[in-house]
Design a protein. Structure first.
Lengths: 341, 195
């Protein structure tokens, strides 16, 4: 058994040389040899001639031992050897994978310089780009310049995450199997990265001259309008105000992106497809964010009167009537008080 | 007895170092102690304290939607890492763990504000208590931001300080907002409009 294995696996004979005590152990050597087959640490090439001699002796001994031993015992030992080898292989692979991961992470941190050009901005540039994101430029015949920068978009996405958290918390949104934080981050980054990739794909199909970086930057700065609108409307709850802001601010930021895209696309149909998709997605996203996580008017009334009402779940509501009624009643009471004086 | 003393010496030394750094945060002056020998014991301590105290509110009422322990923990560490990476990307000369250490230690005023808030909440949850809590939290928010910028600003290129400070501001703003909106009862009585 052991001899055949040894013949099959020439590497294992190397390791035999290291066991100085093998001849001393005599008849039991076969067992020990099998168990130590995995050990590669003990190989020494100091006395090759001696080793050959020893191997011959051992072969004789092990043949005798194999003859005397029962078959199932040998099988058991063989299994053990295979298992040991398998375990070593698995451990090796795990170790290799871990090493790869660690070195990858380290390389990523070491290669942070690669990302540095995208963060090469001045505060004034960021401010100007934020303002420009709300000013559509009417240049269609000539490709507009789009700055490929990621600091502004990244910070805007984080700001949007914070605003969404605020909206979720004040609206009493309950999320099963997840945290508010995770949902907010997932929504914002999902929108930014997902829609950017989608638009990039469409732009590729429509033959638009734009890179992924430019789309990321464009869409990221487009989120500035969203941040402004959501911050205002999560705080001041009037639906007419939201619709006005939605149309004006959201519309302006969308127009800006659309104009930039149009200027880099050729042909009517590609332009229409690209811009319709982008504007629809962008405007609907703002609508979704507002209505999914906004505090309803009844909530304020309850907090003013008494906080003992459970937080509202998301239900179908008809807010405009309530808000109109609220305004009407306040106006009436004010006029009544004025008249009484 | 002597062995116990020997064993507790490193612990005492570490605690002393942490306490000294707390002092630096509470009284921020242009000093590099916080930067030179960084440790993450203080931030861990502060972070766990804050998370535990924010946790207490939502433990009894499941539908509160209050911050969970893990959420607070993740916000603090994830946020610090993001700010650090951002400052590295903008060309800062500070090391990764130094920045983590400074940002973690500068949560101290907010943790103190959280303790004050819990004490005030023991008294009642009316409008007056909300105003008190609001003022305390805003003050400690300003303190945290000021202290961390005092430590971090030197390592940044002078023309880009605003870009580095903004995420720091956002980070402490989110934490302080969580503290302000924290209410131990089931009610959602705080209408935070943000400072």
């Amino acid at each position: 058994m052991s001899t055949t294995e040894r013949n099959k696996n020439p590497n294992s004979t190397e390791s035999w040389g290291g066991f100085e005590d093998n001849p001393i152990q005599g008849g039991g050597s076969a067992v020990i040899d099998m168990e130590n087959m995995d050990d590669t640490s003990g190989s020494s090439f100091e006395d090759m001639g001696d080793m050959h001699q020893r191997i011959k002796e051992e072969e004789e001994v092990s043949e005798e031992a194999a003859a005397t031993e029962e078959g199932d015992d040998g099988e058991f030992l063989g299994m053990k050897g295979v298992k040991g080898q398998l375990g070593r292989q698995v451990a090796d692979e795990v170790w290799q994978a871990g090493k790869r991961q660690a070195s990858k992470a380290f390389n990523l941190y070491g290669n942070i310089d690669i990302l540095r050009p995208y963060f090469d901005v001045e505060p004034i540039q960021v401010r100007n780009r934020l303002l420009e994101s709300l000013i559509p430029v009417r240049i269609i015949n000539f490709p507009q310049k789009i700055a490929g920068e990621l600091y502004g978009p990244l910070m805007l996405v984080f700001t949007l995450v914070a605003i969404l958290l605020h909206g979720m918390k004040t609206s009493g949104t309950v999320i099963r199997e997840g945290t508010l934080m995770g949902t907010a981050i997932g929504t914002c980054f999902g929108y930014w990265l997902g829609i950017s990739s989608f638009i990039y794909f469409l732009a590729y199909l429509c033959n638009a001259q734009i890179t992924m970086l430019q789309i990321l930057s464009l869409l990221g700065y487009g989120l500035f309008g969203h941040c402004v609108v959501l911050f205002v409307t999560y705080t001041v709850h009037f639906h007419s105000l939201f619709y006005i802001l939605w149309l004006v601010v959201g519309g302006l930021s969308t127009l800006r992106m659309v104009a930039a895209l149009i200027s880099r696309t050729v042909g009517h149909t590609p332009r229409l497809i690209l811009c319709a998709t982008l504007s629809a997605l962008h405007m609907l996203f703002l609508l979704y964010l507002h209505f999914a996580y906004h505090k309803i008017v009844e909530g304020i009334l309850d907090t003013l009167e008494g906080p003992n009402v459970p937080p509202f779940q998301r239900i179908a509501r008809d807010i405009p009537e309530v808000s109109v009624a609220l305004v009407n009643t306040t106006v009436k009471t004010i006029s009544a008080t004025l008249q009484s004086y | 007895m002597a062995e116990v003393d020997e064993a507790s010496k490193p612990l005492l030394r570490d605690l002393k170092a942490v306490g000294k750094k707390f002092g630096h945060v509470m009284y921020p002056k242009k000093s590099t102690t916080l930067l030179r020998d960084w440790d993450l014991w203080g931030p861990l301590l502060l972070c766990v304290t804050l998370a535990l105290m924010l946790q207490g509110g939502s433990a009894d009422s499941k539908e509160d939607g209050g911050p969970q322990f893990a959420e607070v923990f993740v916000i603090i560490w994830f946020g610090s890492v993001i700010i650090t990476l951002n400052s590295k990307l903008l060309g800062g000369t500070i090391s990764f763990f130094q920045s983590l250490c400074v940002l973690g230690y500068c949560i101290l005023p907010l943790t103190v504000a959280m303790i004050v808030c819990r004490l005030v909440l023991l008294g009642g949850t009316g409008t007056a208590s909300f105003i008190v809590r609001f003022i305390v939290v805003v003050a400690s928010f300003g303190w945290s931001t000021f202290a961390s910028t005092a430590f971090l600003a030197d390592s940044q290129p002078p023309n880009r300080k605003a870009l580095v400070v903004y995420p720091v501001f956002l980070f402490y703003f989110v934490i302080s907002w969580m503290i302000v909106t924290f209410s131990p009862s089931h009610s959602d009585g705080t209408t935070d409009t943000g400072p």
